[in-house]
Design a protein around this ligand. Sequence first.
Ligand SMILES: Cc1cc2nc3c(=O)[nH]c(=O)nc-3n(C[C@H](O)[C@H](O)[C@H](O)COP(=O)(O)OP(=O)(O)OC[C@H]3O[C@@H](n4cnc5c(N)ncnc54)[C@H](O)[C@@H]3O)c2cc1C
Ligand code: SF4
Length: 580
Amino acid sequence: MLIFRKPLEGIERPQMPADVVIVGGGPAGMACALRLSQLIDAHNAAHPDSQLSRENIYVLEKAREIGQHCLSGALLDPRSMRELLPGFEKEAPLDAEVTKEAVYFLTRNSQLKLPVTPPPLRDHGNYVISLNRFVKWLGSKVEQAGITIFTGFAGSELIFSDDTKDARVTGVRTDDKGVDKEGYQKSNFEPGYDLQAKVVILAEGPRGSLTKQLIQKFDLARNANPQTYGVGVKELWEVPAGRIAAGEVVYTLGWPLTTKEYGGAWIYGSPGNGPKDNIVSLGFVTGLHYPDPRLDPQRVLQEFKRHPFVAKLLAGGKMIRYGAKSLPYGGWWAIPPVSGNGWMILGDSAGFLNSARLKGIHLAIKSGMLAAEAAFDALTKDDSSAASLSAYQKKVESSWIKDELWKVRNMHQGFERGFYAGMFHTALQFVTGGRGLRNRYPAHAGHEHMRKLAELPADGGAEAHLLGPARGDGKLTFDKLTDLYHSGTKHEEDQPAHLVIDDTNICNTRCVKEFGSPCQNFCPANVYEMVEDASQPNGKRISLNPSNCVHCKTCDIADPYQIITWVPPEGGGGPNYDGM
Ligand SMILES: Cc1cc2nc3c(=O)[nH]c(=O)nc-3n(C[C@H](O)[C@H](O)[C@H](O)COP(=O)(O)OP(=O)(O)OC[C@H]3O[C@@H](n4cnc5c(N)ncnc54)[C@H](O)[C@@H]3O)c2cc1C
Ligand code: SF4
């Protein structure tokens, strides 16, 4: 029987007072911590008689080391970093400045270069970075500023003042360590801490687990469009020098996707550690609202690499890293309220991502800075009520975050009815400042687009090449386990499963028949398996390999019955996205 992870009940937990707890040490959380320390410095310099301390400001990061769970393309739009740390270019780990971009439309065997690069994809002046290295560097700045980052600690629950709709968020409970597979304490058991905080800031990235608790508890999304997501599957390659210049950027549309799916690929050139331009970051983002439950996003990337245009670039090269992560696509109308009684939400957790540009790092950083200003005011006034923290909401709405997202507010919804309708709406929105046919296009949650097997061609029809597991040739293409090996993923094996399935009977009786168990396909890490079991009505039973999980959150998002909840495993476990 599967035992699922949950905080142990009836145990005494260490209590720790805090001024501010930031959950998540990605770009948003780190920028927030750094800006807060800058504001405290300025205050202390101006007010020698009323010094503020930063001792009680904490960042919780579930990865063993800073940046280990950070995966992105990545191109950095430097706008917010120039505001946070003017002159940051001199010391930040930037791989190359973008000097050349191109967009291609791919058919099965050929490619057509668009004569003009669409404005959202013009990247001159942006930088190719590894988000992992960039966040490590930002984290070192935060630590130098005297703020404590607890690595290997996940926020596992929010603490509320009471059960009412007006409750205040009063803190964060961290993960229990040393719990065995059956849910019992091991000899190394350590209960999670209760961090009692004046302000709790959620910067957990896409589909944050505490953010999800908060949104559900207060029904925060009731006036927003449902958030929609894509999953990006990425590989890092070493290729023979001269194939692609450092700072060269290629985007592709079309193949291997058909007109029924949404997504595209990126290829970025980096210098690598040596003198040669020989590192290629490439990946494919597949919108998680595809109709066929047999589609496998990891296979989509493998099919993409088989295209002659890509295969030629990679020929003779070597895949060195792999990873996957979801990203919020829904845009401005899908953003819930971002502040309330004792809490604020930042970055991807809020949905601050410009999907037309495939960029969210600069928005995450900016949101962190604005939240820091609101938190600072709350600390100095000793008031972190909803009214006080609403300053953050107002700052976002009058900042360039809104300007940027407003122009593409309807972009992703336009693609809900396929590629051609999407291109039509995108063109119309472009000439009407983002409006298109109406000010707010509606959206549907991605999983609602998934069709039952009975409604689809048994042989997969035009999508056949995207369905089922990739076999891989071991050189250019890889099966999932080979790819997974290159993600450096490790967890404590003896712990309860952190993929919490509300009712496994649904998996064994309904999903296997109706949808063919799509968890086996959409999970990019082979966590879900349907194993033979003669005692089950369909002869199969769900089984989990939680240790494989790369924390992409796709299962929490894409499961058609919405019965899977991703909760953080024991802190320290997960992928190691070194250089990603
Ligand atoms: C495939 C892909 C390609 C992309 N390409 C680009 C690009 O080229 N340019 C660009 O600007 N943007 C790009 N983005 C988007 C960009 O990466 C995100 O917008 C950005 O990383 C968001 O930052 P964040 O701090 O909000 O979240 P994240 O970067 O996701 O960081 C969240 C952090 O919180 C930690 N965490 C989560 N939950 C908990 C918890 N409960 N307790 C403790 N720690 C927790 C995580 O381990 C992680 O370190 C891309 C995204 C993807 C997936
Ligand atoms: S189990 Fe879920 S979160 Fe983990 S890798 Fe698979 S799809 Fe991603």
